[in-house]
Design a binder for this molecule. Sequence first.
Ligand code: G3H
Ligand code: 13P
Ligand code: ZN
Length: 344
Amino acid sequence: MPLVPMRALLDHAAANDYGIAGLNVNNMEQIQAIMMAAAEIDSPVIVQASRGARKYSNDAYLRHLMLAAVELNPSLPICMHQDHGNSAETCFSAIEQGFTSVMMDGSLSEDGKVPSTYDYNVQVTRKVVGQAHAVGVSVEGEVGALGGIEDGHGAGLSQAEAMAHLTDPDQAEQFVADTGVDALAVAIGTSHGAYKFSHKPTGDVLKMDLIEEIHRRLPNTHLVMHGSSSVPQELQDVINAFGGAIKQTYGVPVEEIQRGIKNGVRKVNVDTDSRLAMTGAIRKVLAESPGKFDPRDYLGPARDALTLLVAQKMRDLGTAGHAGEFAQKTLEDMKAFYQRKGLV
Ligand code: G3H
Ligand code: 13P
Ligand code: ZN
């Protein structure tokens, strides 16, 4: 089936109580690994590319790699999503490139660093929703800004700023009403990257209760957890055993993600764990076999390590086994859906 809009996938996940990982990619091996895992355990897929990923891989390469993924996996529902669009133009260019879903991250200004105002966020997100829905493309928005509560890392916030930029449930409710987004990313104390928490997170730094409250207020909105790599100890250990220098760190425990899924979380963004899995495998090959220099000798094991990781995520989030149930939904179907609902 052609690439599917994210809204259709998340609606199915909500109706069947599971979550889907939003998996960042930059190259062919990552796309192959995700597709191999999904094919093996019959999972719907959300592949996502950041602005940096689009620049690194080039839109044309990325588009054709995704078309290959679709061609080779005709029975799997696959969505291609713009991660952290910093402007309406970024989202529109993604739509032109065939992405079936975009994130307009208006929680930050266009520089992607400084927290913006609520009014700016609404204005830019509405603009994207209007044009995206007119062609059936889904939109994720964000209220609050990511940043670890312990020391503010993430969007470069101070600890106090990170606390002040957690998602406010009143504002989340208002934002969904004001913009008509399909999915809402919330700031609950997670941050991007490996260094999220200095100990296994407790409720004071990872505010799952905030997710519960937002879900109570917005039971029909699909919630998104960013910065949700679990940073598994074993992946840190492999890297460090083969010459790496990852300082001891903690991510978002799987059981907290599962608690989120019980409370409206339908998309769980993961990039760091994929990076760790691939880097550990590459370090191992190069350390154990210093004579090797064929990229296939290390990119192959990196791809295998990522396939294992992704398959485990799909099982942990309850995604596995649901691809076959998915009734195909096209951009045209979603366009008609938004028109019926008066959303465009
Ligand atoms: O949003 C964060 C993702 O991990 C993407 O990271 O901007 O380095 O590609 P990136
Ligand atoms: P991690 O850094 O925890 O993998 O988060 C990725 C993310 O949120 C991408 O948008
Ligand atoms: Zn993110």
